[in-house]
Design a protein around this ligand. Structure first.
Ligand SMILES: [Zn+2]
Length: 689
């Protein structure tokens, strides 16, 4: 249950010691042949502004209009913004590290050897194409021999060990009601489309998407060796089975509610929900530590699968299993699979025109599978103690702003306020990178075996998660790798986390004044801190337990304020022709609105009545809002905005800016906006925090 500042790519998923450009130059000299073009460094610029726009009518256009005009989406991307530009620059640094690590003479330690061999194997598309499906032959033969439920159970476990979550997903999590313990977690899974509702929406576009998906499944099955006519028939069957699985799954909006995904029960009680599965055999294969109880996130989903297993001959699942293997592993399978996967998931669903260059795919895969081995080198190259200290200082200023803000709030009684302050005081901060790095010594990486490496990494990660069951919670652990351009709040840890990757321009820029930096990284810090008090975070206590600490009347006042945000954001339409879902995005919108206010209060505290020199004719308050607006400058394909609106809890960039500033009288005062203009919500302005 991690909240992210920005959507992660759903396909799988501040302050550098040296200025970014210097770092990029170091990385560039380490690159081998054909270095990728270094993108211009992202950052705040008066040149990004569109002075022909009226800030009171469309502040996003005003802050970003010229940037938007001058920065079209590269053909191999589906979204291109200041965020993505920074992420791409980080990937170029990682590429430099990996190309060095590929060379045997540079492999002086085990982690360098592992990341170098993993990356080299991923890059060697010739070998991947030559080897073909040979490594999967035995797996496919076992699947084609499935006749009984025992055979099927054994295969489900084998695939789960390899990270291919057919039918359901088994992992571990902190107990929502006892954050000191880690328990087994049985959750819904097993779908190929992005989300439950993709199987059931009745509009024409959704029907078309399902038709395209079935055609994609058929082509993947053909590539896996099915004769054409049979592949089409089997694809229909896969779609029928996935639709039946999806029927009892929870949709993305419902999954935000902790009470709907928490059902701790005895193991025997769980097993009785789906007696068709030989659970003893399953758990023997998965090897979790001894468990007598676990969380069953969605019991009705398990019951639904039981009914499905009862009515479907076990052999009917063969094509479903084979499709999910080639679907999950497409990136390390022969060209036909890679092209077909691109055609449906990147081109059709996200609007990409060209596939990503191989180096980017392999950098992302290494970051995903060996992130802390790679991240160690990244941190050595880019992040120093100075960065950590300066960021912590800012975090403390934003926390002080929140304490001040809580005291001023009028809709909350003293009793609940006291509890809120206790929770705020209990928030811990993690900045940059882990104090203790992950140990990969038990993981075997074989040069020349890209598919095997991917499957072994999945198995390693699955076991790492399962072996946490029953052990004390590791509070030093990170859920993001150091180069990630993102940040998160964990309600169960009650901590905020800022990877080294985000602590650079445009978020934090040594060349910029406090006004711009508070508007940018200050708003990010405020955003993460506010997550502890958003519609869901507020249901967790200072120790990270799902536990109500509100009086009923205060909760009612809170809910009324949140309802205002639900209405506001539900009225926004994305470029893909889909309305934002105000309920799905409520937590993020609460964090965006609260976060910018906290950053504003902290800046005012810092300035203590002083003014800063004007820049481009803008005073410090205007610079603050421009600094905020410009972190979101971006272009996106209509397809990717549509996908985001339907699956992602974050609003699209235009509304992350305009939705927030139109609620702030401080913004309207800064730009002299008159009533009746779009960036002035007058009596309708929303404010929770
Ligand atoms: Zn967030």
């Amino acid at each position: 249950m991690v909240r992210h500042m920005y959507p992660r790519r759903s396909c799988r998923r501040f302050f550098p010691a040296a200025p970014l450009l210097t770092v990029l130059a170091c990385a560039a000299s380490a690159l081998a042949q054909n270095p990728p073009e270094l993108k211009s460094s992202p950052g705040f610029s008066l040149g990004n502004i569109d002075r022909s726009a009226n800030p009171c009518e469309d502040f996003y256009q005003f802050a970003c209009g010229t940037w938007i005009k001058n920065n079209p989406i590269p053909a191999d991307q589906v979204r291109w913004g200041q965020f993505d530009q920074l992420a791409e620059n980080n990937r170029i640094i990682l590429r430099g590290i990996l190309e060095k690590a590929m060379i045997a003479a540079n492999q002086k330690d085990a982690d360098t050897r592992k990341i170098g061999d993993y990356y080299a194997s991923c890059m060697d598309e010739g070998a991947i194409d030559r080897i073909g499906l040979e490594p999967l032959a035995a797996e496919f033969a076992r699947i084609r021999a499935i006749k009984t439920l025992q055979d099927l159970t054994a295969e489900i476990a084998r695939l789960h060990r390899q990270g291919i979550d057919v039918f359901f997903r088994f992992s571990s999590d902190q107990d929502l009601k006892d954050s000191t313990s880690v328990i087994g977690d049985m959750d819904q899974g097993g779908l190929g489309l992005p989300e439950k509702d993709y199987y059931f929406r009745t509009d024409a576009k959704s029907a078309e998407t399902r038709k395209e998906y079935v055609a994609h499944v058929a082509r993947m099955l053909q590539l896996a060796g099915y004769p054409n006519a049979d592949a089409a028939r089997q694809a229909d069957l896969v779609m029928k089975l996935e639709t039946a699985i999806a029927k009892d799954a929870l949709d993305v909006t419902s999954r935000r509610d902790p009470s709907l995904i928490y059902h701790r029960m005895k193991l025997a009680e769980f097993e009785a929900l789906a007696p068709s599965i030989d659970w003893a055999a399953y758990f023997t294969a998965m090897q979790p530590p001894q468990m007598d109880s676990l969380n069953v996130s969605v019991p009705v989903f398990v019951k639904g699968e039981e009914a499905l297993l009862k009515t479907t001959p076990p052999a009917d699942w063969q094509s479903y299993l084979i499709f999910h293997i080639v679907h999950e592993q497409a990136g390390v399978l022969p060209k036909g699979f890679r092209d077909e996967n691109f055609a449906f998931f990147d081109k059709y669903l996200r609007g990409a025109k060209e596939p990503a260059p191989r180096w980017r795919t392999c950098v992302s895969a290494t970051d995903h599978d060996l992130g802390e081995a790679l991240g160690k080198s990244y941190v050595d190259l880019t992040f120093g103690k100075e960065g950590k200290d300066r960021t912590l200082e800012l975090v403390h200023q934003i926390e002080a702003a929140m304490a001040q803000d809580l005291k001023q709030i009028t809709w909350m009684t003293a009793a609940t306020k006291q509890k809120a302050i206790e929770k705020l005081n209990a928030v811990s901060n993690k900045i940059g990178y882990p104090d203790k790095w992950r140990d990969y010594s038990a993981l075997n990486i074989v040069r020349g075996d890209a598919l095997g490496n991917s499957l072994r990494c999945n198995d390693f990660e699955k076991q790492r998660r399962l072996q946490k069951i029953g052990k004390p919670v590791d509070r030093l652990e990170w859920s993001m790798t150091p180069p990630t351009v993102n940040a998160y709040y964990s309600p169960q840890m009650n901590n905020i986390n800022f990877p080294a990757g985000i602590l650079q321009p445009p978020f934090f820029d040594k060349k910029m004044n406090d006004a711009v930096n508070y508007g940018a990284i200050g708003a990010v810090i405020g955003h993460e801190l506010t997550h502890g008090f958003d519609d869901k975070g507020s249901e967790f206590d200072p120790r990270g337990n799902f536990n109500d600490w509100w009086t009923a009347a205060d909760r009612k006042s809170f809910d009324d304020r949140e309802e205002c945000l639900v209405k506001e954001y539900s009225g926004f339409e994305t470029s893909g022709g889909v309305q934002l879902n105000g309920k799905l995005t409520l937590g993020e919108n609460t964090a965006d609105n609260g976060g910018l206010r906290l950053a504003y209060i902290a800046l005012m505290n810092d300035l203590a009545g002083k003014t800063l020199p004007k820049s481009g004719g803008f005073d410090e308050k205007q610079q603050f809002f421009l600094g905020f607006g410009q972190i979101w400058c971006s272009n996106a394909t209509p397809e990717s905005e549509r996908l985001q609106a339907q699956t992602n809890p974050h609003s699209t960039p235009r509304y992350r800016v305009n939705g927030v500033v139109s609620n702030m009288p401080e913004f309207q005062a800064a730009f002299g906006c008159k009533e009746g203009l779009p960036m002035v919500r007058d009596g309708k302005a929303c404010r929770t925090w």
